[in-house]
Design a protein around this ligand. Structure first.
Ligand SMILES: Cc1cc2nc3c(=O)[nH]c(=O)nc-3n(C[C@H](O)[C@H](O)[C@H](O)COP(=O)(O)OP(=O)(O)OC[C@H]3O[C@@H](n4cnc5c(N)ncnc54)[C@H](O)[C@@H]3O)c2cc1C
Length: 376
């Protein structure tokens, strides 16, 4: 029934890649355009994938590769700044009991796996390409691409991330807002004893943490109050991160030795976004960070983006009629799950910014993660 349907996916991150793979599997014709020439194939340090992200990656047919490339674990340690382990909590298996609670991965490895799956799906991919003009009527969208071509589609899926220009182009005015925190991140060799995420609260940063991403790798991060980016010279990034990290004990001295190259240190502000009201206008619909974004205090952003892709693909491939009711159903299914995660992620950071010492962080995390065990 869907053989003749044509879809343009704007953006080849987790959400865009996932929805492309699923729609191609159902036989739809999918064009994916990605602004970056390199498809972000080498960008980023590490990512924490919770079970509910793994559940979608299994649906995409890439779970075995993720499992082989990443580092699975099932608990999180809370440490004092000196490295003393204060508490070890079992992670909730948000993807069900037949998947690990958590897998740490190198981001470029995850992106490579998804790129290969998109290529294998037979989707048409144009890199270094954006959508210049979207002109829609009741039945579809005429799109002028930056390469000068013009094509008509039955549907455009905006998966172009937090700063989505497609979102703005269809008249949705919600914008990301900084939460007040920022994070320094680096990929480094994994000390043999690091076999789970450990988080130190307190010390000169709000959080100092690390996550194993493979047999020989981890990514480490330090969270502090955000600062004017212009006031931090790029050449000082390693010095800045090392200054904060060197206050921590345990495995940190071993990790800190590798914080030397400013080009390998990433500095990012935390943002919050939740598009209010429906996530579509006519035949253009938002997925992933284009629709919502949470600070990574629960490590749920990519997980929710993958879930969006899965739910939208289910609805699109299960219906002959692509109309307001279908896109409204997509929004209703997603907002009930996305809103509590965004709010909890922001709340956890806000408690730290406000210095609330008796906040029930474990309780909020437990309730949120238990909710995520349900199928999206
Ligand atoms: C510091 C930090 C740490 C995080 N850690 C985690 C974590 O551990 N676990 C987790 O689950 N989530 C985490 N996240 C969140 C996660 O990175 C995002 O939620 C996820 O990447 C969103 O995927 P996406 O596909 O919607 O958007 P993106 O990954 O941003 O992909 C958007 C794509 O669209 C492309 N694009 C942009 N504009 C255009 C255009 N006009 N035309 C065509 N292409 C375009 C971009 O180049 C990009 O490839 C973290 C986020 C941050 C900031």
């Amino acid at each position: 029934m869907n053989q003749a349907r044509t879809v343009l996916v704007v953006g080849g991150g987790a959400a865009g890649n996932a929805v492309t793979i699923l729609l191609r599997r159902a036989g739809l014709a999918v064009d994916l355009i990605e602004a970056r020439d390199d498809w972000n194939a080498t960008a980023g340090s590490g990512i924490t994938l919770q079970g509910n992200a793994l559940r979608v990656l299994r649906e995409l047919g890439v779970w075995e590769q993720v499992q082989a490339s990443g580092f699975g674990f099932g608990s999180v340690g809370i440490t004092a700044p000196d490295g003393t382990v204060l508490h070890v909590a079992r992670d909730i298996r948000t993807g069900g009991d037949d998947l690990p609670a958590t897998v740490g991965m190198q981001r470029p490895r995850l992106q490579r796996i998804l790129i290969d799956a998109v290529r294998a799906s037979g989707a048409s991919v144009r890199l270094g390409t954006t959508a210049e003009i979207l002109d829609q009527d009741a039945d579809g969208v005429s799109v002028r691409l930056s390469d000068g071509t013009e094509t008509r589609y039955d549907l455009v899926i905006a998966a172009d991330g937090l700063a989505s220009t497609t979102r703005a182009a269809i008249g949705i005015t919600d914008k990301p807002e900084p939460t007040g925190m920022a994070i320094w991140r680096i990929a480094a060799p994994r000390p043999a004893g690091v076999v789970r995420t450990d988080l130190a609260y307190g010390g000169p940063a709000y959080i100092a943490g690390y996550c194993p991403t493979g047999e020989s790798t981890l990514y480490a991060y330090v969270v502090e109050a955000n600062r004017d980016r212009a006031s931090i010279p790029a050449g000082s990034y390693a010095d800045e991160m090392r200054r904060l990290a060197s206050a921590y004990g345990g495995f940190w001295p071993e990790i800190t030795r590798h914080i030397t190259d400013p080009a390998k240190v990433n500095y990012t502000w935390f943002d919050r976004l939740l598009v209010e009201g429906s996530w579509h206008r006519g035949r253009v619909v938002l997925v992933g960070d284009a629709a919502h974004c949470c600070p990574p205090t629960l490590a749920q952003g990519a997980a929710l983006s993958l879930e969006d892709a899965w739910v939208l693909a289910q609805l699109l491939t299960g219906s002959d009629t692509w109309d307001d009711a279908l896109f409204q159903a997509y929004h209703e299914r997603r907002i009930a799950r996305v809103r509590p995660v965004v709010e909890a992620s922001v709340q956890i950071g806000q408690w730290q910014l406000d210095g609330v010492r008796d906040a029930d962080v474990p309780g909020l995390m437990g309730r949120t993660m238990t909710m995520l065990r349900e199928l999206p």
